[in-house]
Design a protein around this ligand. Structure first.
Ligand SMILES: Nc1nc2c(c(=O)[nH]1)N[C@H]1C(S)=C(S)[C@@H](COP(=O)(O)OP(=O)(O)OC[C@H]3O[C@@H](n4cnc5c(N)ncnc54)[C@H](O)[C@@H]3O)O[C@H]1N2
Ligand code: MOO
Length: 425
């Protein structure tokens, strides 16, 4: 049939090689998917020990300077730098001591020609203005001897040099990891306000699917997508509702889609988005009152990925082939989920690699090809071997790869040594 409408709604209306009729470029699909997602309403206050992996709901300003007082960066001696005039060596009498946790203002005043023993993290006593490491002095009874000059401020960490009072420690939308939780703890907060979790409903479709542990009848396979997706969705900022597997029955699909979208912010499915008679997802989504905004993407794997909305939830229908489901979630679905969570949009980090061998391919779709690092080019870039051309259903292949080599949609031939973007797995 000839494409006459140039519309995504028309199933005949695309040509992979020319792009006529709109295979949607991957970046456009991402932008359109992101435009359907806004951060979820609602926040909650959580204790610091369970805040890991949550998303900060408000800017965190430093309530006091960090560090909160001038302190020593070394174990050594604190003294007045002005005492080291003329040429050395210089001798100073050790008359005091201050350790971390003590109140430096109660340790006394550092007098002329004097030094206080001091330890890392201890406050600087009054009139001391330089610290020398103990390895750089000779201890002679009650005295220390220094051979080299020491500049004022040496080995002193100044109040506020890490963060001034009122400065921005962490912006709203930060994902709280080990570094962030350290920053929050260092300003003494026992709990923080985070965005509520994104509610994601997940189900896989296919009458052929069985659970691991069950026996397989002829024609059946195990449901690996469910486990791939559950693993990918196991994030502290996600509240996952696992709805299991659904057979390829239009009424059942519509019912599960409707129930999923009742409470979810995002509905993620696998399978049933292609063109076969058993592929009902798009039709049933529409039947349930939903809208498809993106389908037929210039992406390999992942051409049938479908994105839309249903009852206020974002719908992401991943293809059934396991590697296609994994790849499309990583490259597109996860970015939509992150935006819902309040983390904003972050492009996939890519590095540069070179192809170890020449190859030709059919152009038309941007390809995320499993690839293995096999060496390094003379200028130090990793050299990658691209794995099988047909890989959408090969789960063992992706386990052998180090990442995806990204082949531009228009490329027909890649020569050995050509540079490619690489998404690490
Ligand atoms: N005539 C055409 N056929 C197909 C096209 C096309 O353009 N024209 N596209 C192919 C591409 S590309 C993909 S990707 C698949 C996607 O199909 P669906 O999303 O409709 O997925 P299914 O048909 O339901 O399943 C495809 C494949 O994956 C297996 N599968 C499904 N679910 C699971 C699961 N949970 N765990 C493990 N494996 C699963 C399923 O048994 C099939 O083998 O369509 C192509 N066909
Ligand atoms: O897009 Mo399909 O995932 O190429 O097999």
């Amino acid at each position: 049939m000839k494409c006459t409408t140039n519309s995504v709604e028309d199933p005949c209306c695309f040509d992979e090689r020319t792009g006529v009729g709109g295979l949607v470029p991957v970046n456009d699909a991402i932008s359109r998917g992101l435009s359907l997602a806004s951060e979820v309403d609602g926040t909650e206050v959580v204790d610091l020990d369970v805040a890991i992996g949550r998303v900060l709901a408000e800017d965190l300003l430093a309530p006091f300077p960090l560090p909160p007082f001038d302190n020593s960066a070394m174990d050594g001696y604190v003294f007045r730098s002005g005492d080291l005039s003329g040429s050395g060596p210089w001798r100073l009498r050790v008359t005091g001591r201050v350790a971390a946790g003590e109140n430096a203002s109660e340790a006394g005043i550092v007098g002329e020609g004097e030094a206080f023993r001091i330890f890392t993290g201890a406050g600087i006593p009054k009139d001391g203005d330089a610290v020398v490491m103990q390895e750089h002095v000779r201890r002679l009874g009650d005295f220390i001897e220094l051979e080299d000059p020491v500049t004022p401020g040496s080995c002193i960490r100044r109040e506020g040099e890490d963060a001034a009072k009122g400065s921005l420690l962490l912006p709203k939308g930060s994902l709280v990891g080990a570094r962030e939780i350290g920053a929050i703890a260092s300003v003494g907060l026992p709990r923080i306000r985070v965005r509520r979790k994104v509610r994601i409903a997940l189900f896989c479709t296919g009458s052929e699917l069985r659970q691991p542990g069950e026996s397989l009848a002829p024609g059946q396979i195990y449901n690996s997508n469910r486990f791939i997706l559950m693993a990918a969705l196991r994030q502290p900022w996600i509240e996952l509702s696992d709805m299991g597997a659904v057979v390829d029955d239009p009424d059942k699909l519509r019912d599960v889609l409707t129930r999923a979208a009742e409470t979810a912010d995002m509905v993620v499915t696998t399978g049933g988005v292609s063109v076969g008679e058993e592929d009902h997802m798009v039709e049933q989504l529409r039947g349930a009152g939903g809208k498809i905004e993106v389908m037929k993407i210039a992406m390999k794997p992942g051409k049938p990925l479908s994105i839309g909305t249903l009852n206020g939830a974002v719908f992401v229908g991943l293809p059934g082939n396991p590697v296609a489901a994994f790849t499309t979630w990583k490259i597109i679905g996860s970015r939509i989920a992150e935006k819902l969570s309040g983390q904003g949009d972050h492009e996939q980090p890519v590095s540069q690699v070179v192809a170890s061998e020449s190859f030709t391919r059919r152009p038309g779709r941007q390809e995320f090809r499993p690839a293995k690092i096999v060496g390094f080019s003379p200028d130090g870039r990793p050299q990658v071997q691209l794995l099988d051309q047909s890989f959408s259903a090969k789960i063992s292949l992706i386990c052998k790869s180090d990442g995806f080599a990204v082949i531009p949609a228009h490329s027909e031939r890649i020569a050995s040594g050509d540079q490619l973007d690489f998404v690490r797995l």
